[in-house]
Every structure is written in structure tokens, then in C-alpha cells.
Design a protein around this ligand. Structure first.
Ligand code: 0RQ
Length: 502
């Protein structure tokens, strides 16, 4: 602890988790560090869980993205979360959101910082932030994620630091903290290459705001990656072939362009596919670094990776955090406002790969709401990237729930990414390159190349009748029928038409 607490005047603020938790008033708006189960505070939230069991205690919790079980499972289970944003993934809080017990603001991850600046999120009474160290000059060194911590630290009235000495000291120097000025006096973000550093190694705070320091040794909850299966493998191969055809067309080189890939098993599998490919000297400019990225660094395929968090499996945690020095010169963690910034995504020309729950025949994508109503996880950074990327790619299997659901439907039941933001769609059936195509051209391609064989005829039938009914209009739909596949699913547990007729 001595070594990790450089600013000695703070030594008298070291307290127990219970004492720190007692500082937070009931009803407070609380910012927390953490992004996709990485770098989140753990022992203070668990002390809050105990508090909530014994007294009326409910807070609003804003973070970088999804947190580990301490908050999104146990604190939620204790009934202590009134409102949550901007991203979740734990089944406990998901259930509470869908039961109407927790209010959830699902938002673009790059937008949160601006909302804090404008006071729309806030006033933030407390920030609880996990740190690897506090330097002599008072910089808070984050751990395995940066997320929204810099903007929370700037605006929070009070700060509780969870000093986690189980994280390796070699995390110091991994981060690049750059916080844009307020709008109106803002300058261009001086980053023209994903490998540049433009900020400081830690978060500058007024030491007077640090009200408590709690020592922790809790590791991050490991990621729950499902290994690639035959179908995700196929999707990876389809995507690699697409990149090859882009190289032939002179639009890409063998280095491609900086790659972003979302969270989840499909996104991880797709990146894994690069391991045995001819592509090299790849740069990753993403928000989350999953297992695949480290395997690609080891394989010499990825030369540099920039993100806002590292979310890896238990096995990889041992390997990466036991040897962080080996990766240090190939790695940077930035605030999510920077990793996901539209200005930079557009400037750097990213290839972005995110996941759809369902998409429609014109290319609108739903990434968040099951049957338009039930929240899955949230939009996360997928919208930040898809709209601004050079190539916005969406991947999904063509079916779900053992084949009862078609991921391609006449009209999506909720829109996260409009047809204007979606360049390429990949399923295990094939690829649809939608760039430069009109809606009816897109529909033909999506149905032909991407739909599951069980649903192809049904989609063609809908589309043909819609063309007929609308007099071949711009975007043909039969409104009475457009959502009938979801209605059928709710009534008969399948989108297959035979069941409707029967
Ligand atoms: O549920 O396991 O209960 O059967 O959705 O689906 O196929 O395992 O895929 O793990 O990659 O998750 C979109 C949810 C995909 C995720 C989503 C059911 C399916 C299964 C998971 P079961 P898979 P993945 C990064 C950027 C947010 C947007 C994004 C996600 C479960 O990737 O949340 O990429 N993305 N953001 O059965 C009903 C359908 C379904 C369906 C799949 N059409 N209807 N259920 N499922 N399709 C995130 C951040 O920025 C932090």
C-alpha cells in the first residue's frame, strides 16, 4: 500500500469498506469506474450491499459500461439501484429492468461525458473508482479500464478510491488520459494514429475531493466468452474473404484499417479468425479488448491495440497480467469518450464489427430489444462506431433459439442502427455488401445471401407482396404484416409461417 499511495497527505484517509460505504447518502447519484466487468470497484459496492440489507438505501448508478457481479448482480438484488446507465449485461439487473423495477438509460457510450458536462447526468455526489495507484503528484492511475472515470472525477463532488493492490503495478503507464474541453472552447483531438499518446498516465483530481481510500485485492470478474463454434468460424471466414476482395478492389491493403469489434462470443470469434490469415501488422482501435486481441498480439498479427478496457477470461488474465511488461508497448487504454469519439472513428477510418440481435430486409439493425420490448444488454458503443466507421459491419447468426426465430425479419421490432449506418451484414449463410445500394437492391441481397434457408421463402413472399401492394415504392412494406413475425413468435413460439396457418 505504501508504494501505491504516492501522495502521502492521503494516508490518513485509508478506511474500511464499511466506513467508505457509510459516506454515500441514500438517493445519491453515484458514478463508478468499470467497463465490461473490468476495472470496477468491488469491496465498497459489497459494503453497500450490506447497508441496503439493513436500511432503506437506493442510488442511481452511472458507469463506463457493464460491471461485474458486485453491482449489477448483488447490489441490484439488494434492491439498491433506482436508475442505471449506460450499459448492462448481468441477468440479475436485466431481469429487474424488464420487470420495471430499475430505470435504465441505454445510451451511446461516447455521449455520457457530454451529458455529465451539461449536468444532465448529475450532480454526481460520489465517484467510486478502482485505482492501481495514486502517484506523488496526485494522479489516480486506473486499473483495467478507463471508461467514464476521468469525466466523473472532474465533476463528482466527492471521490472514494478503491486501491486495488492485486492489479500489477505495471499498469502504470498503460493509460492515456485526455479529456476534451467543454464545447465552445474545444480544440480538435490531436490524434491522427491509433498508436499515439496525447494525454497523461492518470486522472488529475483535486486531492481534497478524495474522502476515503479503501484497500482491495479483489480481481476482475473474468469474461464469459464462449469459444468459437462452426458457425462463428464460418462468419469469420466470410469476413476475411470480404476483406480480400476489398484489397483486390484497391480499397484496403493487407494491414486493413484499424479494427473495432464489439463484445460477445460472435465478435470474439470473428477476430480469432485472423490468427491463421495472411493479414498482418493489424491495429486494433476498439473499446473492449477481448481474448482474441491478445492471442493475435502473441501470434504477431496485431502490432498495436487501443481501447478503454481489457475484458479477458481467467486463463488469459493470468497470462496477460502476469506478463504485462511484454504487452506494455503495444497497448493503450483511453477514456471511452476518446476510444468511441466520432471525430476519431471517422478520421482513423475504422472497420467496425458489431452484433445484431435482428435486422430487417432493408438493413435496419436491432441490437438491444428482444421483440421490441425486452432489453438484452444495450447499444453500448455499437452506434458510436457503426455510424462513423469507414466500414460498419454487423454480424449475427441467421437464426436464434434453435431455429424458431429468424434474425432477418420484414421490419425490426426496435431500431438501434438505421439503414443509413449499416454497410455490411454477415451471417453464417453469407454476406450482403449494402454500400451504395437502394433499399430494394438491399432487400434482394439480404434475403438471398444472409437469411436462413428455413425463412428465405417466407421473406421473399413478404417482400414480393409488399412491392406489389405499394406499387413498387421506395421501401415496400405491408404495415399490417410488417411485425407479424414477432406476433407469431409471441403466440406460437416460432416465426415459421406453417404454424400461423395451422
Ligand atoms: O440467448 O444464450 O439465452 O440463447 O441472444 O446471442 O448469439 O450468443 O450472441 O453473445 O454475441 O450476443 C447482440 C446480445 C449478441 C450482444 C448480443 C439471443 C440468443 C442468446 C446472445 P441465449 P448470441 P452474443 C459492444 C458493442 C450490443 C450491441 C453491441 C450485445 C443471446 O452482442 O448485447 O454490439 N450487443 N455493442 O439466443 C431473441 C433474437 C435473438 C435472440 C439472439 N433475434 N431474438 N433472442 N438472441 N438473437 C458492447 C459495448 O459497447 C460495451
Amino acid at each position: 500500500v505504501e508504494k501505491r499511495l504516492g501522495l502521502k497527505i492521503l494516508s490518513d484517509r485509508v478506511v474500511s469498506a464499511e466506513e467508505a460505504a457509510a459516506l454515500i447518502p441514500n438517493g445519491a447519484v453515484v458514478g463508478m469506474s468499470g467497463f465490461t466487468r473490468a476495472g470496477d470497484a468491488k469491496v465498497v459496492p459489497m459494503a453497500l450491499v450490506e447497508r441496503a440489507k439493513n436500511e432503506q438505501f437506493k442510488i442511481d448508478v452511472y458507469t463506463g459500461a457493464s460491471l461485474g457481479p458486485e453491482v449489477d448482480k448483488y447490489l441490484a438484488e439488494a434492491g439498491a439501484i433506482r436508475k442505471r446507465g449506460p450499459f448492462i449485461a448481468d441477468p440479475m439487473i436485466r431481469g429487474q429492468i424488464n420487470a420495471g423495477d430499475v430505470l435504465y438509460v441505454d445510451a451511446h457510450l461516447s455521449h455520457n461525458a457530454e451529458l455529465v458536462r451539461q449536468g444532465i447526468i448529475g450532480p454526481i455526489q460520489y465517484l467510486i473508482i478502482e485505482a492501481a495507484a495514486i502517484t506523488e503528484d496526485g494522479l489516480i492511475i486506473p486499473t483495467t479500464s478507463v471508461g467514464n472515470s476521468p469525466i466523473f472525477a472532474e465533476y463528482a463532488e466527492n471521490i472514494i478510491v478503491e486501491l486495488n493492490i492485486a492489479h500489477p503495478e505495471s499498469l502504470i503507464g498503460i493509460h492515456d488520459i485526455y479529456v476534451p474541453k467543454a464545447q465552445g472552447e474545444r480544440e480538435p483531438i490531436p490524434l491522427t494514429n491509433a498508436t499515439q499518446r496525447i494525454g497523461e498516465i492518470g486522472i488529475k483530481v483535486d486531492p481534497a475531493k478524495i474522502k476515503a481510500i479503501v484497500v482491495s485485492e479483489e480481481p476482475d470478474a473474468p469474461s464469459l466468452i464462449v469459444p468459437p463454434d462452426e458457425e462463428t468460424q464460418t462468419m469469420a471466414n466470410i469476413l476475411l474473404d470480404f476483406f480480400r476482395s476489398e484489397i483486390k478492389a484497391g480499397r484496403l491493403t493487407n494491414k486493413l484499417m484499424p479494427l473495432q469489434s464489439g463484445v460477445g462470443s460472435v465478435a470474439n470469434a470473428v477476430l480469432d479468425g485472423f490468427a491463421d490469415s495472411e493479414f498482418e501488422d493489424l491495429v486494433v482501435a476498439s473499446e473492449v479488448l477481448q481474448d482474441a486481441v491478445f492471442n493475435l498480439i502473441d501470434a504477431g498479427k496485431v502490432s498495436y491495440a487501443s481501447a478503454t478496457s481489457i475484458t479477458i477470461s481467467e486463463e488469459l488474465q493470468k497470462k496477460v497480467y502476469g506478463n504485462l511488461e511484454k504487452y506494455a508497448d503495444k497497448l493503450v487504454l483511453r477514456p471511452q469518450e476518446i476510444s468511441n469519439h466520432p471525430e476519431l472513428i471517422r478520421r482513423l477510418g475504422l472497420i467496425s464489427i458489431n452484433t445484431a440481435l435482428e435486422l430487417d430486409i432493408y438493413g435496419n439493425v436491432n441490437s438491444t430489444h428482444v421483440s421490441g420490448t425486452k432489453m438484452m444488454n444495450g447499444i453500448g458503443g455499437s452506434g458510436d462506431f457503426a455510424r462513423n466507421a469507414r466500414l460498419g459491419i454487423f454480424v449475427t447468426k441467421s437464426y436464434a433459439k434453435g431455429g424458431a426465430i429468424s434474425s432477418i425479419v420484414p421490419m425490426v421490432s426496435h431500431v438501434d442502427h438505421t439503414e443509413h449506418d449499416v454497410d455490411v451484414i454477415v451471417t453464417e449463410q453469407g454476406i450482403a455488401d449494402l454500400r451504395g445500394l437502394a433499399p430494394k437492391e438491399r432487400a434482394e441481397l439480404i434475403i438471398e445471401n444472409c437469411a436462413h434457408p428455413d425463412f428465405k421463402e417466407q421473406l421473399r413472399d413478404y417482400y414480393n407482396r409488399a412491392v406489389e401492394a405499394t406499387g413498387n415504392s421506395q421501401t415496400p412494406h405491408i404495415l399490417e404484416e410488417a411485425l407479424s413475425w414477432h406476433v407469431n413468435l409471441a403466440k406460437n413460439k416460432t416465426m415459421k409461417l406453417e404454424t400461423v396457418k395451422a
